[in-house]
Design a protein around this ligand. Structure first.
Ligand SMILES: Nc1ncnc2c1ncn2[C@@H]1O[C@H](COP(=O)(O)OP(=O)(O)OP(=O)(O)O)[C@@H](O)[C@H]1O
Ligand SMILES: [Mg+2]
Ligand SMILES: [Zn+2]
Length: 247
């Protein structure tokens, strides 16, 4: 900052020196009686605010459903030893994928209400907030909608949309097996799985179906790529939704 004594004195500012615990001695132009503030602290605060704003925008864009936008791992109560083990293994993978894109896939299968979407949401929010990773959460059906929406729209194409889904550093595909009857969902899911496997990009696949049933629904090629180099987490314990209703 350049100091213009005449301008400063005209505006009633006085040049005073101050001390910042972080940045040391500094001088600043302040109104009489005001405490001088460190300009470097100010600049740092400003850029931290910008980063926080950017992270907030990413959290909105990441696609995590509204009810899970505050989901945390620590909100999950211990249900049984199997659940504790799954949570531990998944948290370990989340820590790895934050640092290394070769962390491999996760296949989370299990019965309804076991916290799969909650765990995946907590992972997404964590990785965005702490690692700045561009994570996207979708369901198979949402991918179909996003891709099919481009049809007939000027300047948009199915291929561009597919490529966007295929290139997220981490993609979470929930409800993998819930697909439309006319086959576009299945075709789109297959193309995304194919492309991500070819790029070696980590993907979390979540489903209520066993590997055999999944093979019937989405095909052997897709299932083989999903399970390739994957941490498989089996979530078979009581339905938390039913427990709540019982209370
Ligand atoms: N261990 C737990 N402690 C506290 N709340 C839990 C736990 N497990 C699940 N929940 C809550 O129960 C509800 C159902 O969990 P969630 O939607 O993640 O299940 P899911 O496995 O994805 O089920 P589905 O297969 O039907 O999609 C959520 O509100 C979630 O926050
Ligand atoms: Mg779910
Ligand atoms: Zn300072």
């Amino acid at each position: 900052m350049q100091y213009f004594p005449k301008v400063a004195s005209l505006r009633g500012l006085a040049r005073v020196s101050g001390h910042c615990a972080k940045h040391g001695d500094f001088v600043a132009d302040v109104l009489p009686g005001r405490v001088p503030l460190c300009l470097r602290c100010d600049v740092e605060k400003e850029s931290a605010n910008r980063l926080a704003e950017q992270r907030r925008a990413e959290l909105w864009r990441c696609g995590v459903p509204g009810k899970f936008r505050q989901a945390k791992f620590r909100d999950l109560l211990e249900i049984c030893p199997e659940q504790v083990a799954v949570l531990q293994a998944f948290k370990g993978w989340v820590a790895r994928v934050g640092k290394d894109r070769n962390a491999g896939n996760v296949v989370m299968v299990g019965s309804t209400g076991t916290g799969k979407t909650h765990m995946a949401s907590a992972a997404a929010l964590n990785l965005i907030a702490h690692c700045g990773l561009d994570v996207r959460y979708v369901t198979s059906d949402q991918m179909r909608v996003e891709v099919c929406e481009t049809w007939g729209k000027p300047g948009r194409s199915e291929n561009v949309e597919l490529r966007r889904l295929a290139m997220y550093p981490l993609l979470i595909i929930d409800e993998v097996d819930i697909l439309d009857a006319n086959g576009h969902g299945l075709r789109i899911l297959n193309r995304v799985i194919d492309a991500r496997s070819a790029e070696g990009l980590p993907t979390v696949y979540i489903s209520n179906q066993t590997q055999e049933r999944l093979t019937d629904i989405v095909g052997a090629r897709a299932v083989s790529r999903m399970y390739e180099n994957a941490l498989v987490l089996q979530c078979y314990w009581e339905d938390f939704r039913a427990r709540r209703m019982g209370n």
